[in-house]
Write a protein that binds this ligand. Structure first.
Ligand SMILES: Nc1ncnc2c1ncn2[C@@H]1O[C@H](COP(=O)(O)OP(=O)(O)OP(=O)(O)O)[C@@H](O)[C@H]1O
Ligand SMILES: [Mg+2]
Length: 222
C-alpha cells in the first residue's frame, strides 16, 4: 500500500519559488490502477518522481509498504528504485545501442541473477508483450514506437516491481496502439497484483482505470 501524507515539493530558481506539489495526501491499495490527470505544469511528473525516489520531497511522507522512502539515503534509494519500481516514460527511454532483449536484461543486472536466467526471463516477458524473436534482436531505432513502448513495459516488469510508474506512456502512440499498451499494462499488472500509477491526458485511458486523481497547481482537486 502507498500512503502519501502532506507531501510537498518546492522548487527554487533564482528568487522564484514554485510549489510543484503542495500538501498532497492520498492512499493507494496494492494492485490498484490509478490515473493522474491535470493540466501541463500541474505537478504530475514531480509527484511521480517523488514516488519513484528520483527526487526528494521538501516535506511530508511517502510510505510504501510501511517504509518512508522520503527518509532513505541515496544508496537505499538506488536499491528501492531497482527492486520495487518499474518506470515507463513517454519517450520510451530505451538504451539506443542495446538490442530490445539487452534493454530488458540490463534492468535485472542489480539482482545478481545468473545471466542465463536473466535472458530467459527477458525473452519470456518480451514474448508476453508481443515482441517476437527477430524483433528482440533489434535495436530500438529498428522498432516502431508501439514496439519500443512494449519493450519498455517488459523492462518495467523485469524485477517484478510492487509499483509501476508510467508518465504518459501512450503520449507518443496513436490511439489504437496506446490502448493496446495500456491494456497490456493492466492485464500484466492484475496478474501480479502490481500497483500502477499512470499519468495521462487521454480520457479513453483514464476511464478504464480504478480511480482518477485530478491535480491542479500541485493540489488534488478530485
Ligand atoms: N527542476 C525544476 N526546477 C524548477 N521548477 C520545476 C522543476 N521541475 C518542475 N518545475 C515546475 O514545477 C511545476 C510542475 O511541473 P511538472 O513537470 O511536475 O508538471 P506536469 O504536470 O508534469 O506537466 P506536463 O503535463 O507538461 O508534463 C511547473 O510549474 C514546473 O515549471
Ligand atoms: Mg509531466
Amino acid at each position: 500500500m502507498i500512503e502519501v501524507l502532506n507531501l510537498k515539493k518546492r522548487f527554487k530558481t533564482g528568487d522564484e519559488e514554485v510549489d510543484a506539489v503542495g500538501d498532497i495526501s492520498f492512499k493507494i491499495e496494492q494492485g490498484e490502477l490509478v490515473c493522474i490527470v491535470g493540466q501541463s505544469g500541474s505537478g504530475k511528473t514531480t509527484l511521480m518522481n517523488l514516488l519513484g525516489g528520483l527526487d526528494k520531497p521538501t516535506g511530508g511522507q511517502i510510505e510504501i509498504d510501511g517504509q518512508d522512502i522520503a527518509k532513505l539515503n541515496d544508496h537505499q534509494l538506488i536499491k528501492y528504485r531497482a527492486n520495487k519500481i518499474g518506470f515507463i516514460f513517454q519517450s520510451y527511454n530505451l538504451i539506443p545501442n542495446l538490442s530490445a532483449l539487452e534493454n530488458v536484461m540490463i534492468a535485472m543486472e542489480t539482482t545478481h541473477k545468473p545471466k542465463l536466467n536473466r535472458k530467459q526471463r527477458a525473452v519470456q516477458l518480451l514474448r508476453e508483450v508481443g515482441i517476437d524473436e527477430s524483433q528482440m534482436k533489434r535495436k530500438p531505432s529498428k522498432l516502431s514506437g508501439g514496439q519500443q513502448q512494449r519493450v519498455a513495459v517488459a523492462r518495467a516488469l523485469a524485477n517484478k516491481p510492487r509499483l509501476i510508474l508510467a508518465d504518459e506512456p501512450t503520449g507518443n502512440l496513436d490511439g489504437a496502439t496506446g490502448d493496446k499498451v495500456f491494456e497490456l499494462l493492466k492485464s500484466l499488472s492484475y496478474k501480479e497484483k502490481t500497483t500502477i500509477i499512470v499519468v495521462t491526458h487521454d480520457n479513453s485511458i483514464s476511464e478504464k482505470s480504478d480511480r482518477v486523481i485530478k491535480i491542479k497547481d500541485g493540489k488534488i482537486i478530485k
